[in-house]
Design a protein around this ligand. Structure first.
Ligand code: RIB
Length: 296
């Protein structure tokens, strides 16, 4: 069984600010840093650091060498990443003093994923393989349909959410959402109602709903599991969700029960938010197990 993550690669420009800037306001930042990021990139790194081999498909511009090197150095297969004339995607990220973030994207090469690239990539995967997707690249609906037709299992983090994804949710096996996406999909901001509504519409779907400081809730049919957060310092919440996703999938692939997978992924997220930047703060499975066992 192979795992393909068809996802975004960005250069993140991270501005540390006292609070998230208000409409019409000009605000001085206290520092600016550049990291490699993108939900796709972060989730591939998290999977790989969770001990799971992953193929990343996507696109970078001619400026994308650092991102490719980082993926390779972390053991991610980069054979399905295209190089385009269009620059690598960018994100402008504000991180406030309490660790919250807001993100503006410029898709760049991420929006140059063509039908041809998708067809050529998916030819190398088969029934039972896993496809992981976020919503920061072009033609996500086509990728879901094609992978589903092949018999791949589709894992989707529909972020940023767009209405057009609703036509494809029926083909998703495992859905990773936060409360914002839950609200966008269901119109409700009550976690139980979000799970009830999605689960009644898609009874076979497994749903992971991350709830920030309130932990995480998992639903599959009549089964619900919850896990609280591991307490610690909050420096930067960027990529907490990506880290959770990678480590949850990693734990399940290693055969862990869903309750253990929720625990390990929660521990991984707590480590990710205790340091700056998306990619540098994503922990390895060894670091996660030390956290789970209370040594860190
Ligand atoms: O989830 C965090 C990521 O979202 C950042 O790395 C940024 O690039 C955006 O894709």
């Amino acid at each position: 069984m192979k795992i393909l993550n068809f996802g975004s690669i960005n250069y993140d420009h991270v501005y540390t600010v006292p609070y998230i800037v208000r409409p019409g306001e000009t605000l001085e930042s206290t520092s600016v840093q550049e990291f490699i990021g993108g939900k796709g990139f972060n989730q591939s790194i998290a999977l790989s650091r969770a001990g799971v081999p992953v193929y990343h498909a996507g696109a970078v511009g001619l400026d994308g060498g650092n991102a490719l090197d980082a993926l390779s150095d972390n053991g991610v297969d980069i054979g399905y990443i295209a190089k385009t004339e269009t620059q690598t995607g960018k994100a402008i990220i504000q991180v406030s003093e309490d660790g919250q973030n807001s993100i503006i994207l410029s898709g760049g090469a991420n929006q140059c994923i063509s039908i041809g690239q998708i067809d050529r990539t998916l030819e190398n995967f088969t029934r039972g393989d896993i496809l992981l997707l976020q919503n920061e690249i072009s033609n996500v609906g086509y990728i879901i349909k094609k992978a589903h037709d092949i018999g791949m299992k589709v894992f989707l983090n529909p972020s940023p959410y767009h209405e057009s994804l609703s036509d494809h949710l029926c083909k998703v096996d495992l859905l990773f959402i936060n409360e914002v996406e839950g609200m966008q999909i269901t119109g409700s901001n009550d976690p139980d109602l979000i799970l009830d509504k999605i689960s009644s519409q898609y009874p076979d779907m497994r749903i992971v709903l991350t709830l920030g400081p309130d932990g995480v809730a998992y639903r599959h049919g009549a089964q619900t599991h919850r896990h609280g957060i591991f307490k610690g310092s909050v420096i930067d919440t960027t990529a907490a969700g990506d880290t959770f996703t990678g480590h949850f999938i990693g734990a399940q692939i290693r055969g862990e029960h869903v309750t253990e997978a929720l625990k390990q992924a929660s521990a991984a997220s707590s480590l990710a938010i205790s340091a700056s930047g998306a990619y540098p703060s994503i922990p390895t499975i060894a670091e996660v197990m030390r956290r789970v066992e209370g040594d860190w």
